[in-house]
Design a protein around this ligand. Structure first.
Ligand code: C5P
Length: 307
């Protein structure tokens, strides 16, 4: 390792599932998905510094629960480093600094963003030249959402969500994001889906209507086609999420929806101004954290340090 190499910072975005169609569980326990992901402008940065050891440290914005994030081998950025090293038949070292703005266990794939960012940051720090296909394969081993975190934009995901391809999207979509202080466990929400829908079809519902709406660029059209099969189980586990959706829609959102497995709730708006107005209205109702973000934005990419 060149200990004089410059640190590398990689930014990776949160995701929203515009469509999350879930089928009955497969033999391996995972659920077959037809999903449409969108990367939105709420990002974590991972900086890889040259070092003789592999370590991870995390700093957070005030709405992210730092205590809920592991800094040991269970951290997804750490696992990404181990897996990338194994792929190249060597032990990779580096001091990984994760700056988190994406809520933890929020249904926004924050851990997946960190894993994707760590793969790219360490690849660049050590000048490994890992191919895109190899990075996507390693990402899929790390988690179902990690390949999308590499890709970004708006993409169709199938399989268990790990097989991704970009889709046409002509719009700029404005979202208000309301995270929860307490996360929800993704496996728990999937288990609750199985309890609530024991006769679910093995074929997840397709995303055709939503894909057509993306081509109109019209928020009103997209709002009509947003779909999340994990919303009912998430609301059944956390009834206040249903109240929050009703509140945001009463305050003028085109549509409110649980993000992924929750508990973050996202609201689609007409425009940037509309999103800022809605965020203000939700703050006045007593929500302590209300964020505004637009999509689609880029997948994991190198940025100059401290931008
Ligand atoms: O792939 P990932 O590690 O993010 O998945 C976390 C958990 O979410 C899995 O262990 C599984 O319980 C559930 N899951 C699922 N079907 C999927 C994706 C995730 O059941 N397609």
């Amino acid at each position: 390792m060149n200990r004089f190499a410059a640190p590398v910072t990689v930014r990776a975005a949160a995701k929203i599932n515009l469509h999350l169609g879930v089928g009955a569980p497969r033999e391996d326990g995972f659920h077959p998905l037809t999903t449409v992901y969108q990367a939105v402008g709420l990002c974590d940065d991972v900086t890889a510094h040259p070092d003789a050891d592999l370590t991870v440290s995390v700093t957070t914005t005030d709405w992210v629960d730092a205590a809920a994030i592991p800094v040991d081998g269970a951290n997804l950025a750490h696992r990404a480093a181990v897996l990338l090293g194994r792929h190249h038949d060597r032990d990779l070292t580096g001091r990984l600094e994760v700056e988190k703005a994406i809520p933890v266990a929020g249904g926004l794939a924050g851990g997946s963003a960190d894993a994707a960012a760590a793969l790219v940051a360490l690849d660049r720090l050590h000048d490994l030249g890992t191919s895109d296909d190899a990075l996507l394969a390693l990402a899929a081993e790390l988690g179902s959402d990690v390949p999308f975190a590499l890709l970004g934009g708006t993409a169709l995901g199938v399989g268990r969500g790990e097989l991704v391809e970009p889709v046409a999207d002509v719009g700029t979509w404005w979202w208000v994001i309301v995270p929860s202080r307490v996360g929800l466990s993704t496996p728990e929400v999937y288990r609750h889906f199985d309890r609530m829908f024991p006769n679910a079809s093995p074929e997840p519902p397709d995303a055709d209507q939503l894909l057509s709406a993306l081509l109109t660029g019209q928020p009103v059209s997209l709002a009509r086609t947003l779909h999340n099969d994990l919303q009912e189980p998430a609301i059944d586990l956390r009834p206040e999420l249903g109240d929050l959706i009703d509140l945001g829609e009463a305050e003028g959102a085109l549509r409110g929806m649980v993000s992924g497995s929750g508990p973050s709730v996202v609201f689609l708006c007409e425009s940037a101004d509309h999103a800022r107005d809605l965020a203000g209205a939700l703050m006045r109702t007593g929500q302590d954290v209300v964020l505004v973000a637009n999509g689609a934005v880029a997948g994991a990419h190198v940025v100059p340090s401290h931008v």
